[in-house]
Write a protein that binds this ligand. Structure first.
Ligand SMILES: [Zn+2]
Length: 116
């Protein structure tokens, strides 16, 4: 009978976060911050979003990130409910040119009559 192999203790897996590198997109040429955020590849635009743009980005399924000195922080739904550690930046997508100019919200006229 062969000697029983000693079971090795599994090494812990850390989700790596790297300091982002600013480079251009190979497809559209836009400058963005590229890095690894908690084990996931992240390409983040360098345009900070205002409140309306943040909501627009969340509704359109664009991932949001915070840029910290230690690296990119992916802001998931749970993190977005709390206090933000900084300004929010959108994920790079070649079909969206930031800053997206959102249309003005039209307020209805006060003397508008009810149509019935
Ligand atoms: Zn691109």
């Amino acid at each position: 009978m062969p000697p029983k192999k000693k079971r090795s203790i599994p090494r812990p897996i850390f989700f790596e976060t790297t300091i982002p590198v600013v480079r251009t997109c190979t497809r559209c040429g836009v400058w963005f911050a590229a890095g690894v955020a908690e084990g996931q590849k992240a390409e983040v635009e360098l345009t900070a979003l205002d409140r309306g743009q943040t909501i627009w980005a969340a509704l359109n399924g664009i991932e949001l990130y915070c840029i910290r000195r230690s690296g990119l922080v992916h802001m998931d739904a749970l993190r977005l409910t709390g206090t933000h550690p900084g300004r929010l930046y959108p994920q790079h997508r070649c079909d969206i040119k930031w800053p997206v100019v959102l249309g003005q919200v039209q307020r209805p006229a006060r003397n508008e009559t009810i149509p019935y």
